[in-house]
Design a protein around this ligand. Structure first.
Ligand code: SRM
Ligand code: SF4
Length: 558
Protein backbone atom coordinates (compact mmCIF):
# COMPACT_ATOMS: atom_id res chain seq x y z
CA UNK A 1 0.00 0.00 0.00
CA UNK A 2 1.03 3.65 -0.33
CA UNK A 3 3.45 5.40 1.96
CA UNK A 4 1.89 5.47 5.41
CA UNK A 5 4.85 7.28 6.94
CA UNK A 6 5.93 10.71 5.98
CA UNK A 7 2.48 11.81 4.88
CA UNK A 8 2.39 15.18 3.14
CA UNK A 9 0.95 18.14 5.05
CA UNK A 10 -2.24 18.09 2.96
CA UNK A 11 -2.85 14.44 3.87
CA UNK A 12 -2.87 15.44 7.52
CA UNK A 13 -5.22 18.35 6.88
CA UNK A 14 -7.66 16.06 5.08
CA UNK A 15 -7.55 13.45 7.85
CA UNK A 16 -8.41 15.87 10.61
CA UNK A 17 -10.88 17.88 8.54
CA UNK A 18 -14.10 16.32 9.85
CA UNK A 19 -15.47 15.55 6.42
CA UNK A 20 -13.88 18.56 4.70
CA UNK A 21 -15.33 21.03 7.21
CA UNK A 22 -12.12 22.13 8.94
CA UNK A 23 -12.66 25.60 10.30
CA UNK A 24 -14.08 27.01 7.07
CA UNK A 25 -17.20 28.30 8.83
CA UNK A 26 -15.05 30.23 11.34
CA UNK A 27 -12.68 31.46 8.62
CA UNK A 28 -15.67 32.99 6.84
CA UNK A 29 -16.65 34.95 9.95
CA UNK A 30 -13.24 36.60 10.33
CA UNK A 31 -13.80 40.13 9.05
CA UNK A 32 -10.22 41.23 9.64
CA UNK A 33 -8.95 39.55 6.49
CA UNK A 34 -10.22 38.74 3.03
CA UNK A 35 -8.36 35.45 3.24
CA UNK A 36 -9.26 32.22 4.96
CA UNK A 37 -7.06 30.17 7.29
CA UNK A 38 -4.25 28.29 5.65
CA UNK A 39 -5.46 24.75 6.37
CA UNK A 40 -8.95 25.71 5.20
CA UNK A 41 -7.55 26.83 1.84
CA UNK A 42 -6.71 23.19 1.04
CA UNK A 43 -10.20 22.06 2.11
CA UNK A 44 -11.97 24.84 0.25
CA UNK A 45 -10.76 23.31 -3.00
CA UNK A 46 -12.97 20.26 -2.42
CA UNK A 47 -15.89 22.72 -2.32
CA UNK A 48 -14.83 24.05 -5.73
CA UNK A 49 -12.93 27.20 -4.80
CA UNK A 50 -9.37 28.50 -4.76
CA UNK A 51 -8.10 31.43 -2.77
CA UNK A 52 -6.19 33.76 -5.07
CA UNK A 53 -4.91 37.32 -5.21
CA UNK A 54 -4.50 39.78 -8.06
CA UNK A 55 -0.82 39.41 -9.00
CA UNK A 56 -0.90 42.60 -11.07
CA UNK A 57 -1.47 44.51 -7.83
CA UNK A 58 0.92 42.64 -5.54
CA UNK A 59 3.83 45.05 -5.85
CA UNK A 60 1.88 48.30 -5.55
CA UNK A 61 -0.08 46.99 -2.57
CA UNK A 62 3.13 45.83 -0.88
CA UNK A 63 4.63 49.30 -1.44
CA UNK A 64 1.56 50.84 0.21
CA UNK A 65 1.94 48.30 3.04
CA UNK A 66 -1.37 46.73 2.14
CA UNK A 67 -2.18 43.04 2.41
CA UNK A 68 -2.65 41.19 -0.88
CA UNK A 69 -6.04 41.70 -2.55
CA UNK A 70 -7.53 38.31 -1.79
CA UNK A 71 -10.44 36.87 -3.67
CA UNK A 72 -11.68 33.44 -4.73
CA UNK A 73 -12.17 31.59 -7.96
CA UNK A 74 -15.21 29.29 -8.10
CA UNK A 75 -15.56 26.40 -10.55
CA UNK A 76 -18.87 24.72 -11.33
CA UNK A 77 -19.53 20.98 -11.58
CA UNK A 78 -21.05 20.45 -15.00
CA UNK A 79 -20.65 16.83 -16.12
CA UNK A 80 -20.59 16.91 -19.92
CA UNK A 81 -20.68 20.74 -19.81
CA UNK A 82 -24.36 21.71 -20.04
CA UNK A 83 -26.46 24.68 -18.85
CA UNK A 84 -30.12 25.38 -19.52
CA UNK A 85 -31.22 28.99 -20.17
CA UNK A 86 -32.16 29.70 -16.54
CA UNK A 87 -28.81 28.42 -15.40
CA UNK A 88 -27.01 30.59 -17.95
CA UNK A 89 -28.91 33.64 -16.73
CA UNK A 90 -27.96 32.79 -13.13
CA UNK A 91 -24.29 32.42 -14.05
CA UNK A 92 -24.44 35.72 -15.98
CA UNK A 93 -25.98 37.53 -13.03
CA UNK A 94 -23.59 36.09 -10.46
CA UNK A 95 -20.65 36.96 -12.71
CA UNK A 96 -21.83 40.57 -12.95
CA UNK A 97 -22.80 41.05 -9.33
CA UNK A 98 -20.18 39.08 -7.40
CA UNK A 99 -17.15 38.46 -9.64
CA UNK A 100 -15.11 40.16 -12.37
CA UNK A 101 -17.93 39.79 -14.89
CA UNK A 102 -15.98 37.51 -17.23
CA UNK A 103 -17.43 34.01 -17.61
CA UNK A 104 -14.48 31.71 -18.20
CA UNK A 105 -15.02 28.42 -20.02
CA UNK A 106 -12.33 26.00 -18.96
CA UNK A 107 -10.45 23.28 -20.81
CA UNK A 108 -12.54 20.80 -18.83
CA UNK A 109 -15.93 21.83 -20.11
CA UNK A 110 -17.06 23.95 -17.21
CA UNK A 111 -17.16 27.52 -15.98
CA UNK A 112 -14.98 29.48 -13.59
CA UNK A 113 -15.68 32.89 -12.11
CA UNK A 114 -12.86 34.96 -10.61
CA UNK A 115 -12.62 37.78 -8.09
CA UNK A 116 -15.23 36.51 -5.65
CA UNK A 117 -14.83 38.22 -2.27
CA UNK A 118 -15.06 36.11 0.87
CA UNK A 119 -18.30 37.73 1.97
CA UNK A 120 -19.90 36.92 -1.36
CA UNK A 121 -19.11 33.21 -1.48
CA UNK A 122 -22.20 32.08 0.37
CA UNK A 123 -24.69 34.21 -1.61
CA UNK A 124 -23.04 33.01 -4.81
CA UNK A 125 -23.34 29.33 -3.92
CA UNK A 126 -26.92 29.91 -2.82
CA UNK A 127 -27.75 31.61 -6.11
CA UNK A 128 -26.27 28.66 -7.98
CA UNK A 129 -28.15 26.21 -5.81
CA UNK A 130 -31.47 27.86 -6.73
CA UNK A 131 -30.90 26.75 -10.33
CA UNK A 132 -29.55 23.33 -9.34
CA UNK A 133 -25.88 24.11 -9.87
CA UNK A 134 -23.06 23.28 -7.49
CA UNK A 135 -19.30 23.42 -7.25
CA UNK A 136 -18.78 20.22 -5.26
CA UNK A 137 -15.54 18.38 -5.97
CA UNK A 138 -14.48 20.51 -8.90
CA UNK A 139 -11.09 20.95 -7.27
CA UNK A 140 -9.15 19.00 -4.62
CA UNK A 141 -7.94 15.39 -4.36
CA UNK A 142 -11.07 13.83 -5.72
CA UNK A 143 -12.81 12.99 -8.97
CA UNK A 144 -13.26 16.25 -10.95
CA UNK A 145 -15.71 17.38 -13.59
CA UNK A 146 -16.40 14.45 -15.90
CA UNK A 147 -15.92 15.27 -19.57
CA UNK A 148 -17.67 13.93 -22.59
CA UNK A 149 -17.59 14.64 -26.29
CA UNK A 150 -19.03 18.08 -26.70
CA UNK A 151 -21.80 17.66 -29.20
CA UNK A 152 -23.98 15.25 -27.25
CA UNK A 153 -27.04 15.53 -29.42
CA UNK A 154 -25.24 14.95 -32.70
CA UNK A 155 -26.49 11.37 -32.66
CA UNK A 156 -28.42 9.16 -30.20
CA UNK A 157 -25.06 7.84 -28.99
CA UNK A 158 -24.04 11.34 -27.91
CA UNK A 159 -27.08 11.59 -25.69
CA UNK A 160 -26.22 8.22 -24.14
CA UNK A 161 -22.62 9.25 -23.49
CA UNK A 162 -23.74 12.51 -21.94
CA UNK A 163 -25.85 10.54 -19.47
CA UNK A 164 -22.80 8.44 -18.60
CA UNK A 165 -20.84 11.59 -17.69
CA UNK A 166 -23.56 12.55 -15.24
CA UNK A 167 -23.81 9.08 -13.72
CA UNK A 168 -20.04 8.72 -13.31
CA UNK A 169 -19.91 12.13 -11.64
CA UNK A 170 -22.60 11.00 -9.16
CA UNK A 171 -20.89 7.63 -8.61
CA UNK A 172 -17.71 9.34 -7.44
CA UNK A 173 -19.19 12.21 -5.44
CA UNK A 174 -17.99 12.54 -1.83
CA UNK A 175 -20.51 11.53 0.82
CA UNK A 176 -19.78 14.38 3.24
CA UNK A 177 -22.59 16.90 3.69
CA UNK A 178 -20.14 19.68 4.57
CA UNK A 179 -20.98 21.65 1.41
CA UNK A 180 -24.68 21.76 2.30
CA UNK A 181 -24.01 22.72 5.90
CA UNK A 182 -21.42 25.42 5.31
CA UNK A 183 -22.78 27.12 2.23
CA UNK A 184 -26.48 26.30 2.18
CA UNK A 185 -27.15 26.45 5.94
CA UNK A 186 -28.62 22.97 6.02
CA UNK A 187 -28.90 21.20 9.35
CA UNK A 188 -25.78 19.62 10.79
CA UNK A 189 -25.47 15.87 10.40
CA UNK A 190 -26.12 14.22 13.77
CA UNK A 191 -25.20 10.65 12.98
CA UNK A 192 -21.82 10.61 11.26
CA UNK A 193 -22.68 7.18 9.85
CA UNK A 194 -24.88 9.06 7.35
CA UNK A 195 -21.80 10.37 5.65
CA UNK A 196 -19.46 7.41 5.88
CA UNK A 197 -17.53 7.29 2.64
CA UNK A 198 -16.28 3.84 1.61
CA UNK A 199 -14.56 5.23 -1.47
CA UNK A 200 -12.81 8.34 -0.18
CA UNK A 201 -12.68 7.41 3.53
CA UNK A 202 -10.97 10.20 5.48
CA UNK A 203 -8.05 10.98 3.21
CA UNK A 204 -9.76 11.18 -0.17
CA UNK A 205 -7.47 10.46 -3.12
CA UNK A 206 -3.74 11.21 -3.10
CA UNK A 207 -4.27 13.79 -5.83
CA UNK A 208 -6.83 15.10 -8.35
CA UNK A 209 -8.51 12.47 -10.52
CA UNK A 210 -9.88 13.21 -13.98
CA UNK A 211 -12.24 11.23 -16.19
CA UNK A 212 -13.24 11.88 -19.79
CA UNK A 213 -15.44 10.01 -22.28
CA UNK A 214 -14.82 10.36 -25.98
CA UNK A 215 -16.63 9.31 -29.12
CA UNK A 216 -14.17 8.52 -31.93
CA UNK A 217 -13.24 9.71 -34.49
CA UNK A 218 -13.12 13.20 -32.85
CA UNK A 219 -10.77 13.33 -29.87
CA UNK A 220 -12.16 16.76 -28.93
CA UNK A 221 -11.75 16.09 -25.21
CA UNK A 222 -8.10 14.93 -25.35
CA UNK A 223 -9.08 11.65 -23.76
CA UNK A 224 -5.49 10.50 -23.19
CA UNK A 225 -4.75 13.48 -20.93
CA UNK A 226 -7.12 12.05 -18.32
CA UNK A 227 -6.30 9.82 -15.35
CA UNK A 228 -9.08 7.59 -16.67
CA UNK A 229 -10.23 7.86 -20.26
CA UNK A 230 -13.19 6.02 -21.75
CA UNK A 231 -13.33 5.52 -25.51
CA UNK A 232 -16.81 4.69 -26.76
CA UNK A 233 -16.91 1.67 -29.04
CA UNK A 234 -19.80 1.96 -31.44
CA UNK A 235 -20.92 -0.45 -34.13
CA UNK A 236 -23.87 0.13 -36.44
CA UNK A 237 -24.93 3.13 -34.34
CA UNK A 238 -25.04 0.98 -31.21
CA UNK A 239 -22.89 1.58 -28.14
CA UNK A 240 -21.13 -1.70 -27.30
CA UNK A 241 -19.04 -0.46 -24.39
CA UNK A 242 -15.81 1.37 -23.71
CA UNK A 243 -12.10 0.93 -23.99
CA UNK A 244 -10.61 1.94 -20.66
CA UNK A 245 -7.38 3.96 -20.64
CA UNK A 246 -5.50 4.79 -17.45
CA UNK A 247 -2.58 7.00 -16.52
CA UNK A 248 -2.88 10.28 -18.43
CA UNK A 249 -1.56 13.50 -16.92
CA UNK A 250 0.37 16.38 -18.43
CA UNK A 251 2.11 18.27 -15.69
CA UNK A 252 5.86 18.50 -15.34
CA UNK A 253 7.94 20.68 -13.05
CA UNK A 254 10.83 22.69 -14.57
CA UNK A 255 14.06 21.18 -13.24
CA UNK A 256 12.46 18.08 -11.65
CA UNK A 257 13.36 15.11 -13.89
CA UNK A 258 11.17 12.76 -11.84
CA UNK A 259 8.07 14.49 -13.23
CA UNK A 260 6.79 13.86 -16.75
CA UNK A 261 3.76 14.18 -18.99
CA UNK A 262 2.13 10.88 -19.91
CA UNK A 263 -0.71 9.77 -22.13
CA UNK A 264 -3.14 7.21 -20.75
CA UNK A 265 -2.51 3.55 -21.63
CA UNK A 266 -5.44 1.59 -23.07
CA UNK A 267 -5.90 -1.39 -20.74
CA UNK A 268 -8.89 -3.19 -22.22
CA UNK A 269 -12.59 -3.12 -23.01
CA UNK A 270 -15.72 -3.28 -20.86
CA UNK A 271 -19.05 -4.15 -22.42
CA UNK A 272 -22.16 -2.17 -21.47
CA UNK A 273 -24.53 -4.06 -23.73
CA UNK A 274 -26.22 -5.93 -20.91
CA UNK A 275 -25.77 -3.41 -18.12
CA UNK A 276 -23.67 -0.47 -17.04
CA UNK A 277 -22.69 -2.18 -13.82
CA UNK A 278 -19.37 -3.65 -15.00
CA UNK A 279 -18.22 -0.30 -16.30
CA UNK A 280 -19.12 1.53 -13.10
CA UNK A 281 -17.42 -1.15 -11.02
CA UNK A 282 -14.28 -0.83 -13.12
CA UNK A 283 -14.23 2.95 -12.76
CA UNK A 284 -14.84 2.74 -9.03
CA UNK A 285 -12.10 0.18 -8.44
CA UNK A 286 -9.57 2.07 -10.55
CA UNK A 287 -10.20 4.96 -8.15
CA UNK A 288 -9.74 2.66 -5.13
CA UNK A 289 -6.44 1.34 -6.52
CA UNK A 290 -5.19 4.90 -6.85
CA UNK A 291 -6.53 5.63 -3.37
CA UNK A 292 -4.59 2.70 -1.91
CA UNK A 293 -1.40 2.80 -3.97
CA UNK A 294 -0.96 6.47 -4.94
CA UNK A 295 1.95 8.34 -3.39
CA UNK A 296 0.79 10.22 -0.30
CA UNK A 297 4.10 11.74 0.69
CA UNK A 298 5.21 13.56 -2.46
CA UNK A 299 2.36 15.39 -4.16
CA UNK A 300 4.48 15.99 -7.25
CA UNK A 301 4.48 12.22 -7.83
CA UNK A 302 0.98 11.41 -6.64
CA UNK A 303 -1.06 11.25 -9.84
CA UNK A 304 -2.16 7.86 -11.14
CA UNK A 305 0.32 8.15 -14.03
CA UNK A 306 3.15 7.65 -11.53
CA UNK A 307 1.25 4.90 -9.70
CA UNK A 308 0.71 2.86 -12.86
CA UNK A 309 4.33 3.24 -13.92
CA UNK A 310 5.51 2.20 -10.45
CA UNK A 311 3.31 -0.89 -10.12
CA UNK A 312 3.37 -1.78 -13.83
CA UNK A 313 0.55 -1.92 -16.38
CA UNK A 314 0.09 -5.71 -16.11
CA UNK A 315 -0.11 -5.62 -12.31
CA UNK A 316 -2.60 -2.74 -12.55
CA UNK A 317 -4.82 -4.75 -14.89
CA UNK A 318 -4.67 -7.79 -12.60
CA UNK A 319 -5.51 -5.65 -9.60
CA UNK A 320 -8.57 -4.25 -11.38
CA UNK A 321 -9.69 -7.84 -12.02
CA UNK A 322 -8.99 -8.85 -8.38
CA UNK A 323 -11.13 -5.98 -7.13
CA UNK A 324 -13.99 -6.18 -9.65
CA UNK A 325 -14.10 -9.96 -9.95
CA UNK A 326 -13.79 -9.94 -13.75
CA UNK A 327 -11.02 -9.28 -16.26
CA UNK A 328 -11.10 -6.53 -18.85
CA UNK A 329 -11.65 -7.86 -22.36
CA UNK A 330 -9.01 -7.11 -25.02
CA UNK A 331 -9.27 -3.52 -26.22
CA UNK A 332 -11.44 -3.01 -29.32
CA UNK A 333 -10.14 -1.10 -32.32
CA UNK A 334 -10.88 2.61 -32.71
CA UNK A 335 -9.35 5.48 -34.58
CA UNK A 336 -9.17 9.22 -34.19
CA UNK A 337 -9.03 11.44 -37.24
CA UNK A 338 -9.61 14.88 -35.73
CA UNK A 339 -9.64 16.94 -32.54
CA UNK A 340 -11.87 19.85 -33.23
CA UNK A 341 -14.96 21.93 -32.54
CA UNK A 342 -17.42 22.32 -35.40
CA UNK A 343 -17.85 26.10 -35.61
CA UNK A 344 -20.97 27.68 -37.05
CA UNK A 345 -24.39 26.08 -37.52
CA UNK A 346 -24.76 22.29 -37.49
CA UNK A 347 -27.91 20.18 -37.43
CA UNK A 348 -28.27 16.96 -35.44
CA UNK A 349 -30.05 13.71 -36.16
CA UNK A 350 -33.24 14.98 -34.50
CA UNK A 351 -33.25 18.07 -36.69
CA UNK A 352 -32.17 20.42 -33.89
CA UNK A 353 -29.63 23.13 -34.65
CA UNK A 354 -26.58 24.22 -32.74
CA UNK A 355 -24.10 27.04 -33.27
CA UNK A 356 -20.55 26.71 -31.96
CA UNK A 357 -19.31 30.14 -30.96
CA UNK A 358 -15.58 30.86 -30.96
CA UNK A 359 -14.85 32.34 -27.54
CA UNK A 360 -11.13 32.99 -27.59
CA UNK A 361 -9.46 31.19 -24.68
CA UNK A 362 -12.87 30.61 -23.15
CA UNK A 363 -13.37 34.22 -22.08
CA UNK A 364 -17.03 35.12 -22.50
CA UNK A 365 -17.26 38.90 -22.30
CA UNK A 366 -18.16 41.93 -24.38
CA UNK A 367 -15.08 43.32 -26.13
CA UNK A 368 -14.02 45.02 -29.37
CA UNK A 369 -14.43 41.71 -31.26
CA UNK A 370 -17.96 40.78 -30.21
CA UNK A 371 -20.47 41.28 -27.41
CA UNK A 372 -20.61 37.53 -26.80
CA UNK A 373 -21.74 37.85 -23.21
CA UNK A 374 -24.71 40.07 -24.07
CA UNK A 375 -25.62 37.89 -27.03
CA UNK A 376 -25.68 34.72 -24.93
CA UNK A 377 -27.78 36.42 -22.26
CA UNK A 378 -30.27 37.61 -24.87
CA UNK A 379 -30.48 34.09 -26.29
CA UNK A 380 -30.97 32.61 -22.83
CA UNK A 381 -33.79 35.09 -22.19
CA UNK A 382 -35.67 33.76 -25.23
CA UNK A 383 -35.51 30.25 -23.71
CA UNK A 384 -34.92 28.92 -27.21
CA UNK A 385 -31.48 27.35 -26.68
CA UNK A 386 -29.31 25.49 -24.19
CA UNK A 387 -25.60 26.06 -23.66
CA UNK A 388 -22.86 23.45 -23.92
CA UNK A 389 -19.15 23.85 -23.38
CA UNK A 390 -16.34 22.27 -25.29
CA UNK A 391 -12.98 21.15 -23.96
CA UNK A 392 -11.46 23.63 -26.39
CA UNK A 393 -13.00 26.44 -24.30
CA UNK A 394 -15.83 27.26 -26.71
CA UNK A 395 -19.58 27.51 -26.19
CA UNK A 396 -22.25 25.78 -28.23
CA UNK A 397 -25.68 27.40 -28.45
CA UNK A 398 -27.60 24.19 -28.77
CA UNK A 399 -30.92 22.39 -29.17
CA UNK A 400 -32.42 25.15 -31.33
CA UNK A 401 -35.62 24.21 -33.14
CA UNK A 402 -35.89 24.91 -36.86
CA UNK A 403 -38.53 27.60 -36.23
CA UNK A 404 -36.28 29.37 -33.66
CA UNK A 405 -33.08 29.31 -35.64
CA UNK A 406 -33.62 32.69 -37.31
CA UNK A 407 -34.18 34.42 -33.96
CA UNK A 408 -31.02 32.95 -32.45
CA UNK A 409 -29.05 33.70 -35.61
CA UNK A 410 -30.21 37.30 -35.57
CA UNK A 411 -29.06 37.80 -31.97
CA UNK A 412 -25.67 36.22 -32.67
CA UNK A 413 -25.30 38.49 -35.67
CA UNK A 414 -26.50 41.64 -33.92
CA UNK A 415 -23.72 41.29 -31.35
CA UNK A 416 -21.03 40.39 -33.89
CA UNK A 417 -20.61 36.85 -32.65
CA UNK A 418 -21.12 35.23 -36.05
CA UNK A 419 -18.83 37.74 -37.71
CA UNK A 420 -16.04 37.11 -35.18
CA UNK A 421 -16.39 33.35 -35.37
CA UNK A 422 -16.35 33.39 -39.16
CA UNK A 423 -13.50 35.85 -39.64
CA UNK A 424 -11.14 34.28 -37.09
CA UNK A 425 -8.32 32.38 -38.71
CA UNK A 426 -8.01 28.60 -38.45
CA UNK A 427 -4.94 28.87 -36.27
CA UNK A 428 -6.78 31.18 -33.87
CA UNK A 429 -9.81 28.89 -33.71
CA UNK A 430 -7.51 25.93 -33.04
CA UNK A 431 -5.70 27.76 -30.25
CA UNK A 432 -6.05 27.46 -26.53
CA UNK A 433 -4.39 29.11 -23.52
CA UNK A 434 -4.71 28.60 -19.80
CA UNK A 435 -5.66 31.39 -17.42
CA UNK A 436 -2.19 32.19 -16.02
CA UNK A 437 -1.72 35.84 -14.93
CA UNK A 438 -3.04 37.71 -13.05
CA UNK A 439 -4.96 35.16 -10.96
CA UNK A 440 -3.02 31.90 -11.19
CA UNK A 441 -0.46 31.75 -8.39
CA UNK A 442 1.63 29.21 -10.31
CA UNK A 443 2.08 31.18 -13.54
CA UNK A 444 5.61 32.07 -14.66
CA UNK A 445 4.39 33.81 -17.80
CA UNK A 446 1.26 35.19 -19.46
CA UNK A 447 -1.01 32.84 -21.42
CA UNK A 448 -4.64 33.84 -22.16
CA UNK A 449 -3.78 37.56 -22.07
CA UNK A 450 -0.89 37.10 -24.52
CA UNK A 451 -1.70 34.27 -26.94
CA UNK A 452 -4.19 36.36 -29.00
CA UNK A 453 -1.46 38.94 -29.68
CA UNK A 454 1.13 36.31 -30.51
CA UNK A 455 -1.31 34.68 -32.93
CA UNK A 456 -1.82 38.02 -34.68
CA UNK A 457 1.95 37.99 -35.26
CA UNK A 458 2.03 34.35 -36.38
CA UNK A 459 -0.83 34.82 -38.89
CA UNK A 460 1.32 36.85 -41.35
CA UNK A 461 3.95 34.09 -41.25
CA UNK A 462 1.31 31.53 -42.19
CA UNK A 463 0.18 33.81 -45.02
CA UNK A 464 3.77 34.23 -46.21
CA UNK A 465 4.22 30.44 -46.38
CA UNK A 466 0.70 29.79 -47.73
CA UNK A 467 -0.28 27.75 -44.68
CA UNK A 468 -3.47 29.60 -43.70
CA UNK A 469 -5.65 26.60 -44.60
CA UNK A 470 -3.60 24.28 -42.38
CA UNK A 471 -5.38 23.04 -39.21
CA UNK A 472 -2.54 23.53 -36.71
CA UNK A 473 -3.29 23.03 -33.04
CA UNK A 474 -1.42 25.68 -31.06
CA UNK A 475 -1.56 26.03 -27.29
CA UNK A 476 0.06 28.06 -24.54
CA UNK A 477 0.40 27.64 -20.80
CA UNK A 478 1.95 29.98 -18.27
CA UNK A 479 3.80 27.11 -16.57
CA UNK A 480 4.46 23.42 -17.19
CA UNK A 481 1.35 22.21 -15.33
CA UNK A 482 -0.33 21.98 -18.70
CA UNK A 483 -3.82 23.37 -17.95
CA UNK A 484 -4.17 24.49 -21.59
CA UNK A 485 -2.90 21.02 -22.61
CA UNK A 486 0.09 22.56 -24.44
CA UNK A 487 1.94 19.23 -24.11
CA UNK A 488 -0.48 17.59 -26.55
CA UNK A 489 -0.50 20.36 -29.15
CA UNK A 490 1.30 20.52 -32.48
CA UNK A 491 2.92 23.82 -31.52
CA UNK A 492 3.12 24.27 -27.77
CA UNK A 493 4.38 27.15 -25.65
CA UNK A 494 5.19 26.58 -22.00
CA UNK A 495 6.01 29.64 -19.90
CA UNK A 496 9.39 29.73 -18.17
CA UNK A 497 9.50 33.36 -16.98
CA UNK A 498 7.79 36.64 -17.88
CA UNK A 499 7.84 36.95 -21.66
CA UNK A 500 9.69 33.66 -22.23
CA UNK A 501 8.50 30.25 -23.35
CA UNK A 502 9.79 26.82 -24.24
CA UNK A 503 8.67 25.94 -27.77
CA UNK A 504 7.39 22.36 -28.03
CA UNK A 505 6.95 20.47 -31.31
CA UNK A 506 6.11 16.97 -32.44
CA UNK A 507 2.61 16.39 -31.06
CA UNK A 508 0.33 14.69 -33.56
CA UNK A 509 -2.94 16.15 -34.83
CA UNK A 510 -5.29 13.97 -32.77
CA UNK A 511 -3.70 14.04 -29.33
CA UNK A 512 -2.15 10.56 -29.45
CA UNK A 513 1.48 11.68 -29.16
CA UNK A 514 3.05 14.14 -26.72
CA UNK A 515 5.24 16.94 -28.02
CA UNK A 516 8.72 17.67 -26.69
CA UNK A 517 10.88 20.73 -26.18
CA UNK A 518 12.37 22.05 -29.40
CA UNK A 519 13.81 25.37 -28.19
CA UNK A 520 14.04 26.77 -24.69
CA UNK A 521 13.34 30.17 -23.18
CA UNK A 522 12.41 32.04 -26.32
CA UNK A 523 11.15 35.61 -26.26
CA UNK A 524 8.64 36.80 -28.88
CA UNK A 525 11.30 37.59 -31.50
CA UNK A 526 12.86 34.20 -30.96
CA UNK A 527 9.49 32.48 -31.33
CA UNK A 528 8.68 34.27 -34.56
CA UNK A 529 12.12 33.58 -36.06
CA UNK A 530 11.88 29.89 -35.20
CA UNK A 531 8.36 29.57 -36.59
CA UNK A 532 9.23 31.45 -39.78
CA UNK A 533 12.04 28.99 -40.41
CA UNK A 534 9.94 25.97 -39.41
CA UNK A 535 7.02 26.95 -41.67
CA UNK A 536 9.41 27.60 -44.60
CA UNK A 537 11.09 24.20 -44.25
CA UNK A 538 7.77 22.46 -43.67
CA UNK A 539 6.31 23.80 -46.90
CA UNK A 540 9.44 22.76 -48.81
CA UNK A 541 9.97 19.29 -47.34
CA UNK A 542 6.62 17.98 -46.15
CA UNK A 543 5.14 14.76 -47.42
CA UNK A 544 1.66 14.92 -48.93
CA UNK A 545 -0.93 15.50 -46.19
CA UNK A 546 1.72 15.45 -43.46
CA UNK A 547 0.92 17.47 -40.34
CA UNK A 548 3.46 19.82 -38.86
CA UNK A 549 3.88 17.61 -35.78
CA UNK A 550 4.53 14.49 -37.87
CA UNK A 551 6.94 16.51 -39.97
CA UNK A 552 8.86 17.64 -36.87
CA UNK A 553 9.21 14.02 -35.76
CA UNK A 554 10.17 12.68 -39.19
CA UNK A 555 12.82 15.38 -39.55
CA UNK A 556 14.05 14.57 -36.03
CA UNK A 557 13.62 18.19 -34.95
CA UNK A 558 12.62 16.83 -31.57
FE1 SRM B 1 -5.17 23.29 -14.04
C1 SRM B 1 -3.68 23.98 -11.10
C2 SRM B 1 -6.54 26.35 -14.12
C3 SRM B 1 -7.18 22.30 -16.57
C4 SRM B 1 -3.12 20.61 -14.58
N1 SRM B 1 -5.15 24.87 -12.78
C5 SRM B 1 -4.50 24.94 -11.59
C6 SRM B 1 -4.90 26.20 -10.82
C7 SRM B 1 -6.07 25.89 -9.95
C8 SRM B 1 -3.76 26.88 -10.03
C9 SRM B 1 -3.63 26.51 -8.58
O1 SRM B 1 -3.43 25.32 -8.26
O2 SRM B 1 -3.71 27.40 -7.77
C10 SRM B 1 -5.29 27.11 -12.02
C11 SRM B 1 -6.28 28.21 -11.71
C12 SRM B 1 -6.02 29.42 -12.57
C13 SRM B 1 -7.06 30.44 -12.44
O3 SRM B 1 -6.73 31.54 -11.97
O4 SRM B 1 -8.19 30.20 -12.83
C14 SRM B 1 -5.72 26.07 -13.04
N2 SRM B 1 -6.68 24.14 -15.05
C15 SRM B 1 -7.03 25.44 -15.00
C16 SRM B 1 -8.03 25.77 -16.07
C17 SRM B 1 -9.04 26.82 -15.65
C18 SRM B 1 -7.30 26.23 -17.33
C19 SRM B 1 -8.13 26.94 -18.37
O5 SRM B 1 -7.71 28.05 -18.72
O6 SRM B 1 -9.13 26.42 -18.81
C20 SRM B 1 -8.61 24.38 -16.33
C21 SRM B 1 -9.76 24.05 -15.41
C22 SRM B 1 -10.26 22.69 -15.62
C23 SRM B 1 -11.54 22.37 -14.91
O7 SRM B 1 -12.56 22.95 -15.28
O8 SRM B 1 -11.52 21.51 -14.03
C24 SRM B 1 -7.42 23.51 -15.96
N3 SRM B 1 -5.21 21.68 -15.29
C25 SRM B 1 -6.04 21.53 -16.36
C26 SRM B 1 -5.56 20.51 -17.23
C27 SRM B 1 -6.17 20.09 -18.55
C28 SRM B 1 -7.10 18.94 -18.45
O9 SRM B 1 -7.36 18.43 -17.36
O10 SRM B 1 -7.56 18.50 -19.49
C29 SRM B 1 -4.37 20.05 -16.67
C30 SRM B 1 -3.41 19.01 -17.31
C31 SRM B 1 -3.91 17.63 -17.22
C32 SRM B 1 -3.51 17.02 -15.92
O11 SRM B 1 -4.26 17.15 -14.97
O12 SRM B 1 -2.41 16.46 -15.85
C33 SRM B 1 -4.18 20.78 -15.45
N4 SRM B 1 -3.70 22.41 -12.99
C34 SRM B 1 -2.96 21.35 -13.41
C35 SRM B 1 -1.92 21.09 -12.42
C36 SRM B 1 -0.87 19.97 -12.47
C37 SRM B 1 -1.34 18.78 -11.72
C38 SRM B 1 -0.26 17.74 -11.52
O13 SRM B 1 -0.43 16.59 -11.93
O14 SRM B 1 0.78 18.08 -10.95
C39 SRM B 1 -2.06 22.09 -11.43
C40 SRM B 1 -1.19 22.27 -10.17
C41 SRM B 1 -1.60 21.42 -9.05
O15 SRM B 1 -2.63 20.76 -9.06
O16 SRM B 1 -0.82 21.39 -8.10
C42 SRM B 1 -3.19 22.89 -11.81
FE1 SF4 C 1 -1.69 28.35 -13.92
FE2 SF4 C 1 0.22 26.84 -14.95
FE3 SF4 C 1 -2.29 26.03 -15.02
FE4 SF4 C 1 -1.58 28.02 -16.55
S1 SF4 C 1 -0.76 25.92 -16.70
S2 SF4 C 1 -3.40 28.00 -15.27
S3 SF4 C 1 -0.06 29.04 -15.32
S4 SF4 C 1 -1.11 26.31 -13.21
Amino acid sequence: MSEQNNLSAIEKIKMKSDGLRGTIAESLQDELTGAIREDDQALLKFHGMYQQDDRDLRESRAESKLDRLYSFMIRLRLPGGFLNPDQWIAVHNVAGENTTGVIKITTRQTIQLHGLLKANIKPTIQAFNKVKLDSIATCGDINRNVLCSSHPKQSPIHAEIFAYADEISSLLMPKTKAYYEIWLDEEKIVDKKDEEDPLYQDRYLPRKFKIGIVIPPNNDIDVFANDLGLIAIIENNKLLGFNVAVGGGLSTTHGNPQTYARLATVLGFVSTEESKEKLFKTIYEIATIQRDYGNRSDRKLARIKYTIDRVGVEWFKEEIARRTGFALEPARSYSFTERTDYFGWQQNNEGLWYYTVFSENGRVLDDENAATKTALLEIAKTGKANFRFTCNQNVIVSDVKEEDKATVHQILQEFNVIQFTEKSSLIRKNSMACVALPTCPLAFAEAQRYLPTLISRIEPLLEKHKLTEEEIIIRMTGCPNGCGRSHVSEIGFVGTSLGRYNLHLGGDHCGERLNTIYKENLDENGILLELDQLFGNFVKDRNKGESIGDYAVRKKLV
